[in-house]
Design a protein around this ligand. Structure first.
Ligand code: SAH
Length: 249
């Protein structure tokens, strides 16, 4: 099976460089090769190199960025791994469903698998950047896996489904959708535009936001906007702005 090219693993704010190395090793074992590190606490690091064993090439090509938003800016599918469920429930997948979704879409769009900090996982804000959350089923009283172990479980499931696909669907036309999915960056611009218009029309009060933007993110995350749909919505927002300006004048 060839390398799973369009899939990246994103590690957020990792404290222990050994976990970065062990994650790189797990990825290479399973045929993934792109890692993005969001503000790692200690990287580059000899400890990471030691734990990566023969996967140091993945560490050498690791990209380091400042925010999760930056790490997923060009991705059309973002899946956040989380041991806990949060305040607002989010669309959830188990590892196998995650693998199925990833393998269905990996030929059409870039995909991010996002993993959180060793001590506190991912913040609510970071989790909201995911279209889906994945939880690895584990003991209720001790469900938090070591970071690299969590990376391994998800990558293993993806490899399993990808190799099944290789044997079952060769030569079949598996065209998924007539338009490309909007990327993280495009959708962020849309949210900002929508938020501004909602403020202008006095629907949204930023000093008393409640959970409006969170719910909007979940709504559009569930729909998975494609580029055409996104352009239609941006066009509507622009027209609302123009007609408000005309009224004022
Ligand atoms: N104590 C943290 C867990 C941190 S473990 C918390 O409660 O959120 C570090 C990372 O490994 C997590 O952020 C998550 O991305 C991943 N992880 C660990 N256990 C997991 C599980 N059971 N399911 C999904 N992801 C898990």
């Amino acid at each position: 099976m060839s390398v799973l090219q369009n899939i990246r693993v994103v590690l957020v704010n990792t404290a222990h460089p050994g976990n970065i190395g062990a994650s790189a090793r797990a990825m290479k074992n399973m045929g993934l090769n792109q890692i993005i590190l969001v503000q790692p606490k200690d990287f580059p690091s000899g400890v990471a190199i030691g734990r990566a064993a023969s996967a140091t090439d993945i560490l050498e090509s690791a990209v380091v960025v400042d925010s999760l938003q930056e790490a997923v800016a060009d991705c059309g599918l973002v899946i956040c791994a989380s041991a806990r469920s949060r305040k607002i429930p989010w669309p959830m997948l188990d590892p196998q469903q995650t693998a199925q979704k990833v393998v269905e879409e990996m030929d059409y769009t870039k995909i991010a698998l996002v993993f959180g900090r060793e001590d506190s996982g991912l913040s609510n804000e970071e989790l909201q950047l995911g279209h889906f959350h994945v939880q690895i089923p584990a003991e209720e009283k001790y469900s938090s896996l070591n970071l690299a172990a969590a990376v391994l479980v998800i990558c293993y499931e993806i490899r399993k489904v990808a190799s099944e696909k290789n044997t079952h669907t060769q030569g079949q036309d598996t065209e998924l959708w007539d338009q490309e999915f909007a990327t993280g960056d495009q959708v962020e611009h849309f949210y900002r535009h929508l938020e501004q218009v909602m403020i202008d029309i006095k629907f949204h009060d930023p000093s008393n936001p409640r959970q409006l933007m969170q719910r909007i993110r979940r709504l559009f995350g569930r729909i998975r906007l494609d580029v055409m749909e996104l352009n239609i919505l941006r066009g509507i927002l622009t027209n609302i702005e123009q007609s408000m300006k005309r009224k004022k004048n």
